[in-house]
Structure formats: C-alpha cells, structure tokens
Ligand binder design. Structure first.
Ligand SMILES: Nc1nc2c(ncn2[C@@H]2O[C@H](COP(=O)(O)OP(=O)(O)OP(=O)(O)O)[C@@H](O)[C@H]2O)c(=O)[nH]1
Ligand SMILES: [Mg+2]
Length: 836
C-alpha cells in the first residue's frame, strides 16, 4: 500500500527545496514567502510507493489566505499518512506555532529542523532529543539546500506513518481543558479519538469553517457556547486569543529548555544590510539604481546585442560567428549604403528638376533580376557627367525603424566621393560572408532549401513570410528575456525582491495597490510577457489578477516604434507624445487600481502585507538557472503554439483575396484586395466614434494584436500607396484628435498574442482571461472615445451623440474613482490578520 507524506511548514522554510531533493523534481524555489501556491505531488526517490506532497507555506491552521486554505483542506480532508513538518531552525519560535497545531491533528508528525547549516554557522545549538520529548514526536536535523539528512528525515516519516501516533504533549489551562473535554464528549464522540482534540480546539476557537462542517444543532451550540464563555470569563480574553497566547507560552518554555542562541541580541548580516536597503530615505534610490542596472544591461546592452543577433542573425540574413569580422563588415556596409543614398538622392533630385532619369534609375536598381554592376557604373558615370557643377541636391531619407523622413543635401563633390566608394566595392553591396565566419540565418537556409526542392510559391510564402518571419520575430526576444530572467532570478533568490515589495508597498498602498504590483510594471516597460509572469510574486490572488490585467498598460519596447511613428507623422515629431504615452500608461494603471479595488471582485485590503523579510543568502547557480529556464521555456513553448497558429492565419488573410472577382494569392501591393482588408472594412465602423474608422487603421490595430511591432509595418504597407510618403498620407488621414485616440487605443488595448498567452496562463482560467482582455479593450476604447470627442469639441467640432457619450464616460469615471470604498470591510480583514 502506498504512503503519503505531506511536507508542511511556514512559508519560506525550505519545503520545496526538500521536496525537490526527495523526489528529484524541479519545482520552483524562491527566497520569499509564498512561492508555492498549490500542492504538488512526487514520488520519493527509491521508494516508488511513497508519495510526497509539497504544500504551500502556512503560519497556522486558521486559514486567512488561499494558500492556507489549500494546505489546511489537504491536511484535514485527505489526511496524509504522516506529516513531515519542516521548521526553520533560525526562527524556531515562530515556526513551532504551527507545529503545536499539527501535532493535534492526530496524524503522525516528524519535525525536521531545516537550515541547520546556518544554525551551525551562527554557533547556535538545538537539543533535538529534548525538543522531541517536549513535542511528543521525532525530531531530525536537516539542511535541505545541502541535501544533508533529508533521506533520514523521509525514512523517519515513513517509520512514523507505519508505527507511531503523535500525542500532543501540550495541555491548556484548566478552564480551557474543561471546555475541550465537554466539547469532545458532547459533539465529537463519534469521531476517531485521535482527531477529536483538534476539532475540539477549533470549536472552542469558534472556527467558522469547522462549525459549518459539523453543522451543530442550535441547542448543542448554545450548550458549547456556555462552556466557552465560562473559560473566556475566567481567562478574561476571547477564546481564540486564549489559545494563541497559551501556545506561545508553551513554545517559550520549550525553547528555553532546548535552544542555545549564541548570536542572541547581535544584529545579523541581513539586519545590517536591511538597515541600508530598506532605509526610509535610501531605499528608493538604491532600488532605482539596481533596477536601472538590470534594465540597462538586459534591455539595452546585452539584451540588444542578443536580440539583434537573434532577430537579424538567426532569424535574419545571418551572423558572424563570435562577431569576428562583424564590425569591419558593418563599417564597409554603412559606407556603401551611405554612398548609395547620396547617388540615389541625386537621381531623385534631378528627376524632380525635370531631367529624364529613367535609364540610370533602371540600371541602379540592385533589387532587379538583371542587375549588372558594370551597367550601373556606366549609367551613373554618364548621369554624373550631365550634372552642372555647383548643384546641390536635396532629397528625403527615410528612417528604417520609424519610417520618419528627413531632408538631406549633398554637393557634386559628395557625389564624386560616393561614386568612388561604390566603385571600390564594384557596385555591389558588400557581402558579409567575406568578413570572418558568416553563418546564414534560418530564413536564408529555409529559402534555399525551398527553392532547391522547387516548392510551390504559396507554400514557400507561407513558410517564409508567415511561419519563419512570425515565429522568428517572437523567438528573437528569447535571448533578451533570458538575460533579464537571470537577473530577476538572482534578485529573487537572494532575497532582495522581498524587500522591493516592502519598499514599494509604502507608496502603492496609498492608491490601494499592493507593493508587489510594482515589479511587474517595471519589467513590463521592457516586455509585457515577463512583466505578467512577474506577477507570480504576488500572493494575494485578487491583487495578482488585477496586476495581470493592468501591467501591459505601460508601453513596452515593441510599442516604442509605433509611438515614434504617430508622433512623427501626425504630431510633427513632438517629444511630448512619447512622454505622454508613459504617463497615460501609469495613469491607466493607478486609476484602474483605485476603481477596481472598489468593486466587489477586487475589494479588500491591499494584500495584508505581513510578509516577513527572509534572510539574505547567496543563491546557488543551479537555482538561478533553473528559474531562468523555467520562465524562458514557457515563453518558447508559446511561440511554438499560439503564435505559430496566429502568424499562419494572418499570413493567409493578408496574402489571399479577391482580384477582379476571382479568389487567389495576391502580390505584395494588392493588400487592399485581401481578406484582411475585407474584414477591416466590415468592422472599421466600430472605431468611427474614435475618429479612425478606416480599414487601414483597423487592420493595423488587429495586426498589432499579433505583435505591437506589426502596427508600424502594417501602416507602412497600407499608407505607402498613392502620392506622398507614408507620413504625409497618415497626416492627411488623421487629425490630431483622431491620431492621439488611435495611439491611446493601441497602447491600452489587449496586448500582443505573446502577452495575451501569458495572461491566459497566469490567470489560469478562461473566464478571467476574457475578463482581462475585455477590460483592457473596453478601457482603451473609452479612453480613445473621450480623447477624440472632447478634443474635437474643444477645437470647434460639432456636438453630437459621441460627445454626449464621452461626457457620460467622464462623469462615470470620476464617480467610480471618487466614491467611498467599503472601509469597514477592509478594517475587518486587517484585524483578522493582526489576530494571528
Ligand atoms: N541556507 C539554507 N537555505 C535554504 C535551506 N533550505 C532552503 N533554503 C532556501 O530557503 C529559501 C526558500 O526555499 P523554498 O524551498 O522555496 O521554501 P518553501 O518552504 O517551499 O517556501 P513557500 O513555497 O513560499 O512556502 C530558498 O531561497 C532556499 O534556497 C537550507 O537548508 N539552508
Ligand atoms: Mg515552496
């Protein structure tokens, strides 16, 4: 018959570390309380008939939070064959509080004193024989981290499960014992004897869950109540406090007998660090500096290099092995491109002056099938000869990323110099393969392979433009994310993140938010996906859900090119547009927090923040890498599923459509015949009240759901037709009001697929996922509506239904924001927490 052994103990005492050691699993370990929130099962190594259950950490068997309910229900409902109670040897007093309760359950208990490595280092001594005698169960010493004594602990638990009963040694004072005896006799006599005591104590404490479960008659309750009240009068305290106090007195007496603390009174290293790190004045600047470094290294320096390598190298044209030859190549390539820009600029300028430049244009077209460097050289030389000396050519240059255009001027001398450069390279773009060791990117390989097997056009289009491009764009973020995850894993594992929450809590609490919401938001400025995942550090389920819902309001890295595009095309490059995007994000988060907190679903005190600060310690490399990998891997898996499917879908929708009544595959420039355009046209009326009810903007917003980078690309394609540049066409379509509404909508609405996948996974419920997406889109819509309608009104537009709607939204917003919250409820929760 198989045995079940439950690992129970306070948060952060090392249960999961022990669980991993005993079962060989890879469950997540972190240096803050509340890492494990569900129970996990595994088989004990070398004993396939023994099941070990890892439980969330609990301080007592009176449940206040979700994890505590999980643990208690498991212990009471499933009744494991034995409990291995892990206690933190550096914090005996508090940990034993739970132990005194566990021994009353009537389940065999073995106590494992963990963190013995630290206890010994401090020079403290624990007399485990004496401790065992006092508690009435076997006590062993272990170090879960070092793997010391863990198998012995498991063996002891197995032995206890088979042979022993744990009989609580502690007795309460006379009046309480009297009441307990009455309760046992009156209502619990049918219950197995060993379980009676725990239930009696809980009834004495008036535990609502137990009373509900037992469903006592009015008469019996009244009878019991008399006993309880008698004890309360005698002890002059309420029943729950009597029990709590007596437990602590008992623990104090045990500890006196078997614990010698050498380090008593001295400040530990952790205390010393905390004096600085959580100092009222220094805490924030230190945090800002640390986060800046993390952010800087992972997003701008190492991260950018890694992302560029992944995007432009592995999923692009290719890369130089170990970067050898890469800088030499880029120098040459930059020089060549610059020269080409000058030459082409002259050609464009001359053609604007009325000169026929078609011959040189055709010859210089390097993209064309029959490009001939010799002919290009000849044509350009001939063209240059016709230019009068002293000509200054002005032409437009387009920024690759934002598509912003800028005017540049060049003289004839510049042209001569440029031609020299072109000539030097033989009128052919430098080949990166000639510098260092060049490894072609995946698309290049795939394209070659597809061409060599003579793959059909549509299929190679699907594979290259759809799958490789789409999934590649997402996987391209993996290196950057892994770098970020290493830092975060380190900060978590060493114990700093627990402090951050503590520091931020002082500020966020004013808005009714928990301090732990801050970390996800901060990370979200880089990428929403790890931001959403970082919400796991929030133990309170309501706060965690709210944070997941609001984190992506902050502009992430992928949204920045889009912001720049709108600012450049519609607002003449005004700098305030980008700044305002961040303020808009922060305002959306804080206002959402305040408003949602006042609703039934999210109400409650911002997570009773009684988190204790764990001691700092140096994490092992394995822990950090495991944590990094666990997070990274789930992202990669997502790229292989949801993103893969969505890219295929979008590829199909934008490359297929109806031309002249017949359905088929489209050429690049026929996008307005695509199915996507049809869809855009069908639903763009939705956005009419926001001022951008055209199919292009609608479709751009939709492709933005795949990846926010798509918005720029899509706008680039859709607005490139017709006269003028993309920017000019956009400026003609959008007014300032509708442009900003468009920006606001796309910043706040549902994030990209990757982030939505993360939301789905972290919410772990379809209902909540849809709720979150709905909230984001709804909010984005209303914000866009208000921005467009009110600014149209202010700039002299008419007063219509839309204006009325916007005013209603504003009034409603202020009502929701300012209405009083249910303070009384909050206070009750706080009291409940204090009581324990
Ligand atoms: N020095 C030392 N550190 C340990 C030992 N056991 C665990 N730790 C560290 O203590 C921290 C908490 O470990 P976890 O295993 O996540 O604790 P837990 O009890 O599962 O925590 P919750 O899931 O939050 O209840 C981690 O940083 C571990 O590396 C030990 O024996 N010695
Ligand atoms: Mg755990």
């Amino acid at each position: 018959m198989s045995l079940t052994i439950a690992l129970a103990g306070n948060p952060n005492c090392g249960k999961t570390t022990l669980f991993n050691g005993l079962t060989g699993s890879n469950q997540f370990v972190g240096n803050w309380p509340g890492v494990t929130v569900e129970k996990k099962e595994g088989k004990l190594k070398q004993h396939s008939d023994v099941v070990i259950t890892d439980l969330p950490g609990i301080y007592s068997l009176s449940p206040y939070t979700l994890e505590e309910v999980v643990a208690r229900n498991y212990l009471l409902g499933e009744r494991p064959d034995a409990i291995l109670n892990i206690i933190d040897g550096t914090n005996l007093e508090r940990n034993l509080y739970l132990t005194t309760q566990l021994t009353e359950l009537g389940i065999p208990v073995v106590v494992a004193v963990n963190m013995m490595d630290i206890v010994e280092k401090n020079g403290d001594k624990i007399n485990i024989e004496e401790l065992g005698r006092e508690l009435g169960c076997k006590v062993v010493e272990i170090s879960a981290l070092k793997g010391r004594g863990i198998m012995e602990a498991a063996e002891a638990a197995i032995h206890a499960a088979k042979n022993e009963k744990t009989i609580p040694q502690h007795t309460f004072c006379g009046s309480v014992e009297h009441a307990l005896a009455h309760i046992e006799e009156l209502v619990l006599h049918d219950m197995p004897e060993e379980q009676q005591r725990w239930y009696a104590i809980k009834i004495f404490e008036r535990d609502s869950k137990v009373l509900e479960q037992l469903n006592l008659s009015e008469e019996t309750r009244a009878h019991i109540e008399k006993d309880i009240e008698a004890a309360e009068t005698e002890e002059d305290d309420d029943s729950e406090s009597i029990i709590t106090n007596e437990r602590y007195l008992y623990i104090a007496s045990i500890i006196k007998g078997c614990y010698k603390k050498v380090s008593a009174g001295k400040l530990t290293i952790s205390d010393k660090i905390d004096r600085i790190v959580t100092n009222r004045i220094l805490a924030l600047p230190i945090f800002a500096v640390i986060m800046f470094i993390v952010y800087y290294v992972s997003v701008t320096t190492v991260g950018t290099v890694a992302t560029d390598w992944a995007n432009d190298g592995v999923f692009g044209d290719g890369w130089h092995l170990f970067g050898i030859g890469s800088s030499a190549y880029s120098d040459v390539a930059d020089e060549y491109n610059e020269a080409l820009t000058v030459a082409n600029g002259f050609v464009t300028y001359e053609s604007e002056q009325g000169v026929d430049t078609s011959a040189v244009e055709a010859a210089m077209d390097a993209e064309s099938e029959d490009y001939d460097p010799e002919a290009a050289k000849a044509a350009l030389t001939q063209f240059a000869a016709t230019i009068p000396a002293g000509t200054e050519a002005t032409y437009e240059v387009e920024d690759e990323e934002t598509l912003a255009t800028e005017d540049e001027t060049a003289t004839v001398d510049d042209l001569t110099a440029a031609m020299a450069v072109l000539d030097q390279d033989g009128y052919e773009a430098p080949d990166p393969a000639n510098y260092g060791v060049w490894i072609p990117g995946i698309p290049v390989f795939v394209e070659k392979a597809l061409t060599s097997i003579g793959c059909a056009d549509w299929l190679s289009g699907l594979i290259l433009d759809g799958i490789v491009a789409g999934v590649g764009a997402v996987l391209g973020f993996v290196p950057q994310m892994l770098v970020l995850f290493i830092f975060l894993a380190f900060l978590e594992a060493c114990g700093y993140m627990a402090r951050v929450a503590f520091i931020m809590d002082r500020i966020f609490r004013r808005f009714g938010l928990s301090g732990k919401s801050f970390i996800p938001i901060l990370i979200g400025t880089g990428c929403g996906v790890p931001g959403i995942m970082a919400s796991r550090t929030i133990e309170n389920e309501k706060d965690r859900r709210m944070t997941i819902m609001t984190t992506t309001f902050i502009p992430c890295g992928a949204k920045t090119p889009f912001i720049a595009m709108v600012a450049g095309a519609i607002f003449g490059g005004a700098a305030w547009v980008a700044t305002s995007a961040y303020f808009l994000g922060i305002a959306a988060i804080i206002c959402s927090g305040v408003i949602l907190k006042k609703t039934k679903i999210f109400e409650g005190d911002p997570a009773p923040f009684v988190m204790e600060l764990p001691a700092y310690h140096m994490p092992t490399v394995g822990t950090v890498l495991r944590s990094m990998w666990e997070r990274g891997w789930s992202f990669i898996k997502k790229a292989g599923t949801i993103i893969l499917l969505s890219t295929i879908l979008v590829w199909f929708l934008s490359y297929f459509g109806w031309v002249d009544g017949s359905f088929g595959m489209l050429a690049e420039d026929q996008i307005d015949c695509s199915i996507l355009a049809k869809i855009g046209n069908a639903i763009c009326w939705i956005f009419a009240p926001l001022g951008f009810g055209n199919w292009q903007a609608t479709v751009a917003s939709i492709t933005g759901l795949i990846a926010k980078e798509n918005i720029v690309g899509t706008m680039g394609i859709l607005y490139s037709s017709g006269a003028g540049t993309v920017y000019q066409n956009m400026a003609a379509t959008f007014s300032l009001a509708s442009g900003y509404a468009f920006l606001a909508f796309n910043l706040l609405c549902a994030p990209c697929f990757a982030a939505m996948g993360a939301i789905r996974r972290e919410m772990n419920s379809t209902k909540w996922f849809l709720g979150a997406i709905g909230y984001q889109c709804g909010l984005a819509y209303l914000v866009g509506l208000v921005i467009y309608q009110i600014s149209s009104l202010l700039s002299g537009g008419g007063f219509g239904i839309g204006t009325v709607a916007a005013i209603v939204v504003i009034v409603l917003f202020f009502f929701l924001l300012l209405r009083p919250s249910k303070k009384a409820e909050i206070r009750r929760n706080t009291l409940a927490v204090d009581a324990r």
